[in-house]
Ligand binder design. Sequence first.
Ligand SMILES: Cc1cc2nc3c(=O)[nH]c(=O)nc-3n(C[C@H](O)[C@H](O)[C@H](O)COP(=O)(O)OP(=O)(O)OC[C@H]3O[C@@H](n4cnc5c(N)ncnc54)[C@H](O)[C@@H]3O)c2cc1C
Length: 510
Amino acid sequence: MLARHLLSRRAKFIHWNAARLYSEGVRQLNTVGEEDLAHFAKILPESCILSTLPPKPTATNDELAPYNTDWMGKYVGQASTVLKPKTTQQVSEIVKWCWERRIGIVPQGGNTGLVGGGVPLKDELLLNLGGMNKVRSFDPVSGVLVADAGCILEALSEHIAPHHHIMPLDLGAKGSCMIGGNVATNAGGLRLLRYGSLHGTVLGLEVVLPDGTILNQLSTLRKDNTGYDLKQLFIGSEGTLGIITGVSILTAAEPQATNNIILALPSFDNVQPLYTKVKRHLSEIMSAFEYFDRASYDLAIKHGHGKALSAEDVEGAECFVLVETSGGKREHDEQKLDELLETLMEAEEPLINTGVLSSSPAQFASLWAIREGITESISKEGKPYKYDLSVPIHAFKDVVDITREHLRSKGLLREDAVKQVMGFGHIGDGNLHLNIVADRFTPEIQAALEPFIYELVASYKGSVSAEHGVGVMKAHALHYSKDATSRALMKRIKDLFDERGIMNPGKVLE
Ligand SMILES: Cc1cc2nc3c(=O)[nH]c(=O)nc-3n(C[C@H](O)[C@H](O)[C@H](O)COP(=O)(O)OP(=O)(O)OC[C@H]3O[C@@H](n4cnc5c(N)ncnc54)[C@H](O)[C@@H]3O)c2cc1C
């Protein structure tokens, strides 16, 4: 069999910006051919192979489109074949074959990533982990959960809920994203402030390395100081070092009481003093402090996420924060929140206009729905340019305003180009989500946004990726946040694991 070369003339670039994404590594790889497919058929049952390849296609292009297209509809690959293994052994055999044949592989979980990491640059093999969806064990005493990488985050929450435990992470995409994808992206989300990052809560991993070897580090120990902590390398590696097939994670005891409140602020300037005050007042029971500007609020409500606050409550509000408490005693926590609200409202120079305190589980969910629904409502409104940035809290609004003015100065702030520029995010983590909602993706808007935004972030000594990762979107911008020495070391680590460059080529490192 003659493996088809990825640089085949028949190759068509679908994504308008794809040209610069092709690294040397991708060019040297082969793609799936007839002989490969015949081999995969020995490893997997027919139902786990979707392929458009002749002579016996098992799927149509339309059926492969959801796997080839990212959540935003911005990055579109051309994989001819999607494999859906059910066991680690199957993953290992597939990867071993690809290693020998130098076939590029893109691991994929729920495909909710926002940096184009989970779809092929071109026609690499797509390895979707969705078929590996079994909980392997849960210990209600230690709270340690061991699960296949393809388990959906929400399903894991439901699995441990009867044992009064919660997952240490939560995000708007929980109904689709998978725990392997969460670990691969080092997802942050809404609970990071309380439970810390996955670098702390992931206790062990099972990983299929690029040559097919299974690395079994699925430890359930909280303490293990026996040399280099290899699993850390895979957390946030975005599928470039291996395929995560199993995850051991420390879940948290379910709080006895959770409450939330939305505070409407007349000015962004009040956010920092408010954060300081709320932290001091609520101390150990504060579990989230989320920020969204007026445009984000209006959009979430417009698209039906959560119940609108009363006109009186939102009048004159420039922005909002959502504060969540998770504690041991409902009455105690409610009293603390009531007192906080009272103190804030009665201050001589109030930091807030008003506050809406949830008083039932339905209201609690509705207030969260506003915050969690922002990402989805942006996608419904138009084509999103998403920048997930770490910047000092005081700079959140400046970054949004400066970007908006920059686009205005370029004549791009108009209905048929950029419709809105908005900011929301996790104040407690210094993580701003800057979103630019456009009528469509165009090279002109792209050129106006980059490198402008990255330079702006660098001027604050921030990070070009706080929690979404690098993927394909930011591979060229890594140098804004990692110096040459760090990038060289990253490259050496990549080469050590994957000298043939088959794992998620062109992602993270150019
Ligand atoms: C509505 C919405 C809200 C979101 N909110 C947040 C948020 O609050 N915080 C946050 O951090 N992110 C957020 N995200 C981004 C996204 O959900 C996360 O990055 C998530 O962790 C991706 O998981 P996934 O299973 O969908 O991975 P995918 O999108 O399938 O893949 C993401 C990356 O991980 C790699 N990968 C996937 N599975 C594996 C595996 N088993 N082994 C090795 N590599 C793998 C892929 O190759 C790709 O590079 C949000 C997305 C949406 C759509």
